[in-house]
Design a protein. Structure first.
Lengths: 613, 437, 256
């Protein structure tokens, strides 16, 4: 390898004006031509565009390049593209290296063209120094266990399991509770058509139960997972019994739980102050008390009150319940047919003191403010108020429901974080004092029931699962996908996927979509039948290895074991190439593919030379 | 011809269609990806950055576009439309019309020589929101995939009058083919994924915002191109009237949406966030710029969105005013006058520039396409889901699946997820076909 | 000194800090041009000897940046990073190079702004310190060579990788060592290794007497004698010749 003549080609991207506007790209290109082993250097308006890629391919052939350096944006997004291009031209992709002169150069030195240009030259010298030491690598092909485990039997998990099963692969669906259904089991109805949540769940559960490819494991948890994409050894604790299993992929759908608003808005001070989910349960169990006035308070504990995020679904759940109360109060209480008369009292709001009443200027305005037209003309009826900051009725169905709720005289009162409604409990009676922005005055209402819309939060065991599977949690405590825009159901770790509310608030259709999406991603390795990990793994020189075992101790992926000769040996497909073992080995017997000491030092030392050109 | 049991038709080459194609192709399925425009990429390719990470849109999309075009299992058919679908789930026969590009895709290197020489100039560049011009032969955009020129037959002198032929003369690759004809193709496929995306609503249809009347009122899509370094102004924010940099900017939300009178009573789900992003970016382009967002409800309701809005208020000094707003005239200097209400009182304020969050509506072509595919649309012309809760991916016709904005308002990650989900459903159809055929 | 433009090498882990640095770019947070970043998969990859090697080559500053503790893409790689940078820091102190030239920072993928601030403040600090004294001072080169050697020794490497185990789970006798105790233990061990390395380095250049070595290193003669005895026992140092009554020793293995 070392005898081979090195022929390095360098491609420098203008990225339109993103790079060329702040770096003298022609000067950098000329400089690069003076570097050792560089036989070709050029610049492209967009190296990533079709013509840029073509120029790489053609130059590899024309100039017999055996190393390629691209200086452009960032390897995090574009390395695979250029590696693929090299491969198409017959060059091993490990003979490619990337130099970041945009995100970490032109964009951060926008006012210092000269110095930025010097830095770009240095960065290219470093890249070329690294390129000279690159070696071709073969990626190892590893077979895949053709089965999946889905952790969590809520709607997302069930949807994922169904789709993987229907794509022809066996699935273990592991649910820690004694029945399937997850969070939706708490709900009375599903908001779109206000169909019965129980009936909906039954439909999905029946599909799962009747699918021959799905094995449902209730009262079960995955307690250990070892291995790597395509080859996981998992242990499932099922009703106290440990069961060893092998799967190729893991889908995480562990769901969510409701935030308990301790110390907020009088929660705990009265049985008539409940959370949204508690309210759903009251409805579901037909235990709703007799009501003449109900207040919903949105964003309790969310959007900066405690959690920083918006929980996405609560506005629409409150709207649904408000609509239900407005249209269907009798049925909700289960009083129909019992002969009981629903006692409806007049709204109890303190009458306004002739403040300025404002109507929608163009007839479509009220939503953001308030539907003021109280229901007096239609006789006494249930008063429903939703205190909100913004109503998150995104999309078609939610917005139409929002409009309909306003027609049904659901009052929407907006508050700001500086002026939150004050709840007090006065000898068992509930009081809400609030600021009326349009009237510019303080007002009071005395509802029978206060429903606090709290956010959904991460599960208690999220941290534990994150440690077990080595997948990250975001700052909000939800699982963090590989990329918020383009990889919404993948983890950075291959072979593990995520869907539903364990990665953030989502409603039922969204959870179902994500579940099916995760199934699509997860079944790719299953359908291919093999995986080919990147050749970044550690490699032990068994002649030098003293068998001290330090590397085995530090490896986070249990990818190193002692072989029959007492020497360390790496399981290539399990190794993720972090380099901990390489930095640890006292004999320098561990070599990191593509990130050797020699390569790192050559690259870093090149930074310390002066650019002459 | 590919066998139906191993093929799927994907209609629309935006991010949802690309994701569906890649997922299927990675499983060994042959994908026929049909795109009506000259390049894949869809609307995402036109955006400057994406919220809430301010990732450069084309930067993250371009690798996917290239992967898609270069994938051995994906056939990308640009300039093409589906004109018929016969058969049933597992066994469809799709008819596709590929319109003449007049440039040979296999020969054109995208060098751009012809673009410089074409004498027919000054044609509106629709991709750049008509903010700049193109010639009769042009490239869809800088990072178009495939990077192949295209001749506009309505303006090409040679095609119209038989005179000129300059592009043919300058093309050293001999890629120009004036005799190219539309071609009808037929594909056997087991399933169909519909991912036709959206159109931007035209605010000239409403007089309330003065769009088209006052030059310094822009749509958000125009603005996305303006702040883009590769756009018509090279990323310099300039007023249409005098080319000056604005100091004050207003963003008006819900333009054409949440409004029954426009036929779009729904919320487009993304405008709150793209205006937040755009105002943040304005500050990065012009120090000291003062932006105000007029909104009805700030729907910052997905991962990291609320934090993003709070950051915009705190670190970028963007003011959020909870009010409807309209544009009621302009000053002598051409500053649009925005009318709004605070605490029940009406206000008027002039801004140097106004950006309208014009709503996103189902593609115009949906009605015709739905007829050809034999699927139902909802009352707003979104493709109808079989059951929004239980089967949000299925259309009304078995074997035809939905992905992205064509099924209802959603943002990029939701479209990507739905693209994957539609691929899963299509895969299920293929598997079923193999089992029961 | 105002026109001094330092050269600083920064090692960034691929998953957090490199992404954070990219985010700084995407968000256009400006910072000085003096840094040259090297991407590694995990900050844990950076052994102390790599850092010291760069100082030996004349780097004005070196920074290692990884994910926040708890965020490591490789579970706990950065815990080891912390220890490795501490090792480099301890050795740097022994050589006499200002330890402020070495910095460890945690920068997440979401902290573009923090990255720019960290870089700005580090560049400022290094500018205050002035150009690296190493290249102008052959003694420092020798000492850094010894430090590189010491960092590679079995004891140094083993101790840096055992921290997690020894301070959390305890040794074979189930004695859990406190973090401060552990630091002290390492510092002592490192000093031993460093002095021995320095003896080897100096005596590989020419045969040296104990008194010469003591003078050169700045340690008491009896202590140097102890090391010489220990090194001779391991056959790393051999008697070269006796000049008068003074024995002179030469390293049997090459110094750095």
């Amino acid at each position: 390898m070392s005898d081979e003549e090195k022929r390095i080609g360098v491609f420098i991207c203008h990225c339109g004006s993103n790079i060329a506007g702040f770096i003298d790209v022609p000067a950098v290109t000329e400089y690069v031509k003076t570097l050792p082993d560089v036989v070709f250097a050029t610049r492209n308006l967009y190296t990533c565009a079709d013509d840029g890629l073509t120029s790489i391919k053609e130059s590899i052939k024309e100039h017999k390049l055996n190393r390629v350096v691209v200086a452009a944006c960032t390897p995090r997004t574009h390395a695979p593209l250029f590696q693929g291009t090299c491969q198409e031209a017959g060059l091993n992709k490990y003979l490619f290296t990337f130099v970041n002169i945009r995100d970490q150069c032109s964009w951060v030195h926008m006012k210092e063209k000269e110095k930025a240009t010097e830095k770009a030259k240095d960065l290219l010298r470093m890249g070329v120094a690294r390129a000279r030491l690159l070696q071709a690598q073969d990626e190892v092909k590893v077979g895949v266990t053709s089965a999946a485990v889905v952790i969590g039997g809520g709607v997302a998990g069930m949807s994922a399991a169904l789709s993987i099963a229907d794509q022809g692969f066996p699935v273990r669906l592991v649910e820690k509770e004694s029945e399937l259904g997850g969070f939706v089991r708490n709900l009375s109805s599903v908001y779109q058509e206000r169909e019965d949540a129980g009936a909906l769940l039954k439909t999905i559960i029946d599909r799962v139960r009747s699918n021959p490819n799905i094995e449902v494991l209730l009262n079960s948890e995955v307690i250990s997972a070892d291995g790597f994409v395509g080859n996981y050894d998992i242990i499932i604790d099922t009703k106290g019994q440990e069961r060893n299993d092998k799967v190729g992929v893991i889908v995480l759908a562990t769901g969510t739980r409701e935030y308990i608003p301790k110390g907020l808005y009088g929660y705990g001070q009265s049985p008539n102050i409940v959370t949204l989910t508690e309210f759903e349960k009251l409805v579901k169990e037909r235990k709703l008390p007799k009501l003449s006035s109900v207040a919903f308070i949105q964003c309790v504990g969310s959007r900066g009150q405690d959690k920083s995020y918006c929980s996405r679904i609560c506005c629409n759940v409150s709207l649904k319940n408000a609509m239900n109360l407005a249209e269907n109060y009798k049925n909700m209480r289960g009083l129909e047919g019992t002969g009981a008369v629903v006692e409806a009292a007049a709204p109890k709001e303190t009458p306004s003191e002739g403040g300025e009443r404002r109507h929608g200027r163009r007839g479509r305005r009220g939503g953001a403010e308030e539907s003021e037209e109280g229901g007096a003309s239609e006789g006494p009826k249930l008063e429903i108020v939703i205190f909100n900051r913004d109503i998150m009725a995104y999309g078609v169905d939610h917005e139409l429901m929002y409009n309909k709720a306003r027609e049904k005289k659901v009052r929407l009162v907006r508050y700001t974080p500086k002026n939150i409604p004050k709840v007090s409990v006065d000898s068992g009676k509930l009081v809400i004092d609030y600021w009326h922005d349009t009237l510019q005055m303080q007002r009071r209402m005395t509802p029978d029931l206060i429903v606090l819309a709290t956010p959904v939060t991460s599960q208690a065991d999220a941290k534990e699962i994150s440690m077990m599977l080595k997948v990250p949690l975001g700052q909000d405590g939800f699982f963090l996908e590989a990329h918020v825009k383009l990889r919404p159901v993948d983890f950075a770790t291959d072979g593990i996927y995520v869907c539903g509310t364990c990665k953030g608030p989502a409603d039922i259709p969204e959870a179902v979509s994500q579940g099916i999406a995760a199934a699509s991603r997860a079944s790719i390795p299953l359908a291919r039948g093999f995986v080919q990990p990147e050749a970044l793994s550690a490699f032990v020189d068994s002649e030098v290895c003293s068998g001290c075992g330090n590397c085995i101790e530090v490896c986070p992926f249990t990818a190193i074991r002692k072989n029959e000769h007492g020497k360390a040996e790496v399981t290539i497909a399990a190794c993720k190439g972090c380099g901990n073992c390489g930095a640890t080995c006292p004999e320098n017997a561990i070599f990191m593919n593509n990130y050797s000491d020699e390569q790192l030092l050559a690259e870093a030392k090149a930074a310390l030379q002066e650019a002459k050109g | 011809m590919e066998k139906a049991e191993s093929s799927v038709l994907v209609i629309g080459g935006g991010v949802a269609g690309i994701q569906a194609s890649l997922d299927l192709a990675d499983k060994g399925v042959i994908v026929q990806l049909v795109e009506k425009e000259p390049s894949i990429g869809g609307k995402m390719a036109q955006l400057d950055k994406t919220f809430p990470t301010n990732d450069c849109s084309i930067c993250i999309l371009a690798p996917k576009m290239a992967d898609c075009y270069g994938h051995p299992n994906i056939n990308v058919w640009t300039m093409s439309e589906v004109i018929g679908l016969e058969g049933s789930k597992g066994n469809f026969k799709a008819k596709v019309l590929k319109k003449a590009r007049y440039v040979d895709e296999n020969k054109c290197t995208g060098c751009g020589e012809c673009l410089e020489k074409c004498p027919t100039k000054g044609l509106p560049n629709a991709w750049e929101q008509n903010l700049t011009t193109r010639r009769a032969i042009y490239m869809a955009f800088m990072q178009a995939v495939p990077r192949v020129a295209i001749i506009d037959p309505e303006h090409c002198r040679f095609l119209l009058e038989g005179k000129c032929g300059v592009c043919k003369k300058v093309c050293k690759r001999e890629a120009i083919d004036y005799d190219m004809k539309d071609v009808e193709m037929e594909f056997n496929v087991a399933a169909v994924v519909v991912a036709t995306g959206f159109d931007v609503w035209d605010p000239t249809r409403s007089t309330e915002y003065g769009y088209g009347k006052y030059p310094n009122v822009f749509t958000a899509m125009e603005y996305e191109r303006i702040i883009n370094a590769a756009g018509p102004t090279h990323g310099h924010i300039q007023r249409r009237s005098d080319g000056q940099e604005p100091v004050t900017m207003a963003y008006i939300q819900c333009v054409g949406s949440r409004n029954p009178r426009t036929g779009h009573p729904y919320c487009c789900s993304v405008c709150c966030m793209h205006s937040t992003k755009e105002s943040m970016l304005a500050r990065e382009h012009i120090e000291g710029i003062k932006s105000t967002i007029f909104y009805k409800d700030m729907r910052a309701c997905a991962k990291g969105f609320n934090e993003y809005v709070e950051r915009n208020k705190r670190d970028y000094g963007v003011e959020y005013i909870n009010s409807d707003a309209t544009v009621q005239g302009q000053t002598e200097k051409g500053n649009p006058i925005v009318s709004f209400d605070v605490a029940g009182k009406s206000h008027q304020k002039e801004f140097d520039m106004v950006v309208l969050a014009a709503t996103l509506v189902p593609s115009k072509g949906n009605v015709e396409l739905a007829k050809k595919l034999g699927v139902e649309l909802d009352e707003f012309h979104f493709f109808k889901m079989q059951n929004r809760t239980l089967d949000p991916i299925n259309s009304s016709r078995p074997g035809v699946y939905l992905a992205g904005y064509c099924a209802g308002p959603m943002d990029i990650p939701e479209s990507v997820a739905m693209g994957s989900a539609a691929a899963a459903k299509a895969m299920e159809a293929l598997v079923q076909r193999k089992v029961f055929a | 000194m105002s026109d001094f433009e330092p050269k600083i090498v920064v090692f960034l882990c691929n998953w957090c800090s490199y992404a954070g640095a990219d985010l700084a770019g995407v968000s256009r947070y400006q910072y000085p041009t003096n840094i040259r970043a090297v991407r590694v998969m995990c900050s844990t990859r950076i052994s102390a000897h790599i850092v010291l090697e760069l100082f030996k080559e004349g780097a004005d500053g070196v920074m290692v940046s990884g994910c926040h503790i708890g965020d490591c893409h490789y579970i706990n790689g950065n815990l080891f990073t912390k220890r490795r940078v501490k090792l480099a820091d301890d050795l740097l102190k022994l050589t006499g190079v200002e330890p402020e030239r070495l910095r460890l920072e945690w920068v997440s993928a979401a902290e573009g702004e923090k990255y720019s601030q960290v870089i700005t403040s580090f560049v400022k600090k290094v500018k205050e310190l002035g150009p690296s004294p190493v290249l102008k001072d052959p003694k420092l080169v020798t000492r850094l060579g010894a430090a590189v050697m010491a960092a590679k020794y079995f004891r140094s490497k083993t101790l840096t990788c055992k921290e997690v185990k020894l301070t959390a789970k305890g040794n074979v006798y189930e004695e859990v060592i406190g973090p401060k105790e552990y630091d002290l233990m390492i510092e002592r061990a490192i000093e031993d290794e460093y002095q021995k390395s320095l003896i080897l380095t100096l005596s590989s250049q020419e045969a040296r007497s104990v008194i010469e070595l003591a003078k050169e290193i700045g340690q008491p003669t009896d202590r140097i004698l102890e090391y010489v005895v220990a090194l001779r026992a391991k056959n790393m140092l051999a008697l070269d010749r006796i000049e008068g009554t003074t024995p002179r020793y030469r390293a049997t293995i090459g110094g750095a």
